[in-house]
Ligand binder design. Structure first.
Ligand SMILES: [Zn+2]
Length: 76
């Protein structure tokens, strides 16, 4: 299973379905494209994945898919 290393040293695995540490995000503009009943798969493809580290709370956001390193956001 693929994984990424958090800056705290915790290894975060992704690729599992479902993944309990993965959150899905979509911009409000992106969501506006969808009206009425839609196939969840269409919305899923528009979303960015974020992994939440259970050790330090950082969010590692994959803004450009899983082939590009994620950007890390740390809680204040
Ligand atoms: Zn961490």
């Amino acid at each position: 299973m693929p994984s990424v290393l958090c800056k705290c040293g915790n290894k975060l695995s992704f690729g599992g379905i479902p993944n309990s540490i993965e959150w899905l995000m979509i911009s409000d503009d992106g969501f506006e494209k969808f009206q009425g009943s839609v196939d969840a798969e269409y919305i899923y493809r528009e979303m960015n994945s974020a992994l939440k580290c259970s050790c330090c709370g950082r969010l590692l956001v994959f803004w450009n898919g899983f082939d590009v390193s994620p950007i890390s956001y740390m809680p204040e």
